[in-house]
Ligand binder design. Structure first.
Ligand code: SAM
Ligand code: SF4
Length: 329
């Protein structure tokens, strides 16, 4: 098992399928995009399938989430999902996507065995969407959400990041929209992971603030914290339930002590934390002929080096060189 020196066990693998994206969310990347990873550096679909099999069959990973960048831009995404759901023991398989392309892909992904999707939706206002994501694609995102629900990828989870003065006024409207459609909304505090290094703590809408914005309009009753386990979201029953809303206070309410995640970047690097400053290169090892057990050994060693916490509040904190889109959020 992927155990670290603090006794945490990583069972939840996040795999970035690509660092490319068709949106430019300003908390993630600049409007002009980034220098994408060169194609030869990207893991091939076969390499991804092999590393995921090592994680599931040898290292006790029980959940695999494909992300990016925008994972649906990867042509082989349906095949990669199908190969993952065919593993024994069968892991839970999910995708985090901006929703663009899901109108076309939700059915084939569900047929490939995909269990769930998380779709990012920060606004319901077309003009705000264009301001925030620098592309006029809100209609495609909404169509993707509807297609995911229709394909049975339920409960559809929605991720929203609030930005001060941009979309923070939309929090109640986003929750109302999700309640109406049966989607589970989770607000995520903005983290210092943007490629532009523009994050400022003062600008961040904190978990406390998110709750203050929602509370005049909704009755929020916290779930029993004992049931939270390793889940990053604090979950609240809305207006007596059964609907719920989650708040992920990654910065102000860190959950590092119960973290069960490990990440594989699109170019084959293991990261034991979103905020890690070191990576372990499985791609080079694999391409040099490493066996599955050698790859598993490297993976174990990388997780053993996991630090106790992300240290954002520590004066020595350094934002990772890789932005969120290249790590796999
Ligand atoms: N492109 C897909 C999407 O947007 O859902 C998957 C990748 S994206 C990096 C994964 C999640 O990270 C999204 O929900 C996005 O809102 C969130 N995210 C990106 N940058 C972030 C930041 N600086 N702080 C908090 N969440 C962030
Ligand atoms: Fe693309 Fe997702 Fe980053 Fe937005 S958050 S720019 S959709 S990778």
């Amino acid at each position: 098992m992927l155990v670290d020196t603090f006794g945490r066990v990583a069972t939840d693998l996040r795999v970035s399928l690509t660092d490319r994206c068709n949106l430019r969310c300003s908390y993630c990347m600049p409007p002009e995009g980034l220098d994408w990873l060169p194609k030869p550096d990207l893991l091939t679909a076969d390499e991804i399938a092999r590393l995921v099999a090592v994680a599931v069959e040898r290292l006790g990973v029980t959940e695999v989430r494909y992300t990016g960048g925008e994972p649906l831009l990867r042509r082989e995404v349906v095949d990669i999902v199908a190969r993952t759901t065919a593993l024994t023991p069968r892991p839970q398989v999910s995708i985090t996507s901006n929703g663009i392309g899901l109108a076309r892909l939700a059915e084939p992904l569900a047929a490939a065995g995909l269990d769930r999707v998380n779709i990012s939706l920060d606004t319901l206002d077309r003009d705000v969407f264009v301001k925030l994501a620098h592309r006029d694609r809100l209609a495609d995102v909404l169509a993707g959400l509807a297609a995911a629900a229709a394909a049975g990828l339920r409960p559809v989870k929605v991720n929203a990041v609030l930005m001060r003065g941009v979309n923070d006024h939309e929090a109640p409207g986003l929750l109302r929209f999700c309640l109406e459609h049966g989607y589970e909304l989770r607000f995520i505090e903005q983290m210092p992971l943007d490629a532009q290094h523009g994050w400022r703590r003062e600008d961040m809408i904190t978990a406390d603030e998110i709750l203050r914005i929602l509370e005049p309009e909704f009755t929020l009753t916290p779930d029993d914290p004992a049931e939270r386990g390793s889940a990053p979201a604090e979950v609240f029953e809305v207006d007596g339930g059964p609907a719920r809303v989650g708040v992920i206070g990654s910065v102000t309410r860190p959950f590092c002590g119960s973290c069960d995640r490990v990440r594989l970047t699109a170019d084959g690097q293991i990261r034991n934390c979103l905020f890690a400053t070191e990576e372990s290169d499985l791609r080079a090892a694999m391409r040099a002929g490493a066996s599955d057990s050698e790859l598993a050994e490297r993976w174990l060693a990388a997780v053993r080096r996991k630090r106790a916490g992300h240290g954002i509040d520590d004066p020595s904190f350094l934002q990772p060189v890789r932005p969120m889109s290249a790590i796999g959020g």
